[in-house]
Design a protein around this ligand. Structure first.
Ligand code: NI
Length: 241
């Protein structure tokens, strides 16, 4: 059940069955030569839809902007400051709390969101004192089933940014947007990086350690099913917390 395509009466009825909700969160940032700018939001939304097929769950509209400061040297990237993202999370959860939702499952597609989102959770817990509020951050690409399949299919070429698995999941979600782009070197470099200019200097085409030219719609479907199943179980456990 999608919040954006529901009526208020349907939401009111849902609240009688459950006070849990999935909120996909991603980013709008470069993902290398063949990865879509929306990859980090597209993946968790598609995985949430996978969970929706098996569970009675309400999915909020995705938060499409994230903390992407380090990608700002590439055109198309948009970033929220960490403080802005914290406020967005706090306001979204506070709004939904007023209607009776208690369990917020943030299904995340972007590593840069982890510190601000967990900081927002601390702000929310500080505001509520003791209460029913429960927030969880689930990073889909860190799920054991997902990392095992990525290791099996791609080994080290999975990489760290514009990874093969995330590009594959985005292609499964949007097969019309698949791009065929030659990449040199085949596997992108890895290094520590600091600001946006440093990132672009070290990773000129935007990838870190990956070979996303290996991404296929078929593999994306496998990742999506695996993640949907594993995270569905995780979500059900979370509701009991
Ligand atoms: Ni990404």
């Amino acid at each position: 059940m999608q919040l954006a395509r529901s009526t208020w009466q349907e939401v009111e009825r849902y609240l009688q069955r459950s006070t849990g909700m999935i909120i996909p969160i991603g980013s709008t940032e470069q993902h290398g030569p063949n990865g879509l700018i929306g990859t980090d939001a597209i993946c968790p939304l598609r995985i949430a839809q996978e969970m929706e097929a098996a569970l009675d769950v309400l999915i909020a509209p995705p938060i499409n902007y994230g903390m992407s400061q380090h990608h700002m040297a590439f055109p198309g990237t948009v970033t929220l400051r960490p403080t802005t993202l914290i406020q967005v999370i706090v306001d979204v959860v506070t709004s939904l709390r007023q209607h009776g939702f208690t369990h917020f499952y943030f299904l995340n597609g972007h590593g840069g969101n982890i510190p601000p989102v967990t900081s927002a959770f601390s702000e929310l817990y500080a505001q509520q004192g003791s209460g029913e509020l429960r927030c969880r951050l689930a990073n889909w690409w860190r799920n054991d089933a997902v990392t095992a399949l990525a290791a099996e299919l791609y080994g080290d070429a999975e990489g760290y940014h514009a990874t093969v698995s995330e590009v594959a999941v985005s292609y499964f979600a949007h097969p019309e947007a698949v791009k065929n782009v030659p990449m040199v070197p085949e596997v992108a470099p890895t290094a520590d990086f600091y600001d946006a200019a440093d990132f672009r200097r070290k990773f000129p085409d935007g990838r870190i350690g990956s070979s996303p030219q290996l991404a296929t719609v078929e593999a994306g479907e496998r990742f999506c099913h695996l993640a949907g199943e594993a995270l569905g179980t995780d979500y059900q456990r979370f509701l009991l917390q």
